[in-house]
Ligand binder design. Structure first.
Ligand code: COA
Length: 337
């Protein structure tokens, strides 16, 4: 009996808004914070924010188009947009993105798994391919977190950012570079208060006080989020590596969700991943939630930072709480401009 197809990553692309916001720029300049605090506590020096009028879908289209070019794919069988900041509550953003990309009447849906969105989308795309429901899949992580961030809240405003990253998966073989060999996901809904937008959903459609604009913004219990993120990303990474039989010391490329440089360092240390394997861009990109992992991948492909076939570990943690990890071999993708 023929083995089921394996999902192979064959294209990557990204899009960052042009506007650079440094730690010393507005709105941070008027907050009780400092460049030194932000750098030392988060690792962030600057981030990108969209100009008013640019939506998550706009960034997703650009990242998706770049990924399709890089994979030389003209059509796909599924489009998934993972985002916490869709263009509208309803309808989903993915069908509009698919239409803008000229992909025809393809199945398209949004996936909400906060900062773990990309690992969830990778698992979903892989499952469609393995089940024979799709031969080629476009996965896009896209966010405009600046639109749900309170610029006066120093605990979140300095961290969150905008951007989009995308990958193309196609049906292939386990020994090809880019093969997604394993994925592992988890959640703990008792931790809903770690990071939440209180109003605007069905539980509280309008803010309690109309002047309370903060209720429509993301509030985060930073230190609690920090410890859950370290614990869960460490656990899920260890379990995944055990499952695929890779000693942590053999991991050649490690990309964690770019939430905080101190979280990333701690997870790498606890899992036992070599420091030389750690890839990231939090310094200039900030926390772009579900876009962060494919954004780092695209940068690494353009920099030719990792050889094709290298053992690669991805992991993420986000509000919900949700977490995930994936093991793949580094794809063989020529860098595009
Ligand atoms: N500038 C200056 N001081 C700040 C500040 C800022 N931007 N943000 C918080 N502080 C202050 C706090 O008020 C607190 O002051 P106090 O000691 O007088 O009470 C102090 O700095 C320490 O605050 P704390 O919240 O413990 O800081 P932290 O080191 O945990 O850093 C985060 C805050 C948000 C950067 C950090 O908690 C974090 O990255 N959390 C996890 C995020 C995450 O995992 N995200 C994943 C999914 S999105």
């Amino acid at each position: 009996m023929a083995l089921p197809p394996v999902a192979v990553l064959t294209g990557v692309g990204s899009c960052l808004p042009e506007r650079v916001v440094r730690n010393t720029d507005e709105p941070f300049a008027r907050l009780d914070t400092s460049d030194e605090w932000i750098r030392s506590r988060t690792g962030i020096e600057s981030r990108r924010w969209v100009e008013e009028g640019t939506s998550t879908g706009d960034l997703a289209v650009r990242a998706g188009a770049a990924a399709l070019r890089s994979a030389a794919a003209e059509s796909v069988d599924l489009v998934v947009v993972c985002t916490t900041t869709p263009d509208h509550h309803s309808p989903a953003t993915a069908p509009w993105v698919a239409a803008r990309l000229g992909l025809g009447p393809v199945p398209a849906f949004d996936l909400a798994a906060a900062c773990s969105g990309f690992t969830y989308a990778l698992a979903a795309g892989r499952a469609w391919i393995t089940a024979g429901m799709a031969r080629t899949v476009l996965l896009i992580g896209a966010e405009t977190l600046s639109t749900i961030t309170d610029p006066d809240d120093r605990g979140t405003a300095v961290v969150f950012a905008d951007g989009a990253g995308a990958v193309v998966l196609r049906a292939g073989e386990a020994d090809e570079p880019g093969a997604v060999l394993a994925t592992r996901l988890g959640s703990d809904g008792t931790q809903v208060d770690l990071a939440v937008i209180a109003a605007g959903g069905s539980r509280r459609p309008v803010p309690e006080r109309p002047d309370e604009r903060g209720e429509r913004c993301l509030r985060m219990r930073g230190p609690q989020m920090f410890s859950h993120a370290v614990r869960r990303m460490t656990e899920v990474s260890r379990g995944l590596l055990e499952g695929v039989g890779w000693p942590a010391g053999d991991v050649e490329a490690f990309i964690g969700h770019q939430a905080n440089q101190r979280i990333l360092d701690k997870v790498a240390e606890l899992v036992g991943v070599p420091a030389a394997a750690c890839l990231g861009n939090i310094r200039t990109v900030g926390n772009t939630s579900s876009a962060s992992i494919p954004l780092v991948m695209d940068e690494a492909v353009r920099d030719k930072a990792v050889p094709a076939g290298a053992r690669t570990l991805l992991t993420a943690f986000g509000g919900g709480a949700v977490w995930g990890a994936a093991a793949l071999t580094w794809p063989d993708i020529p860098p595009t401009i």
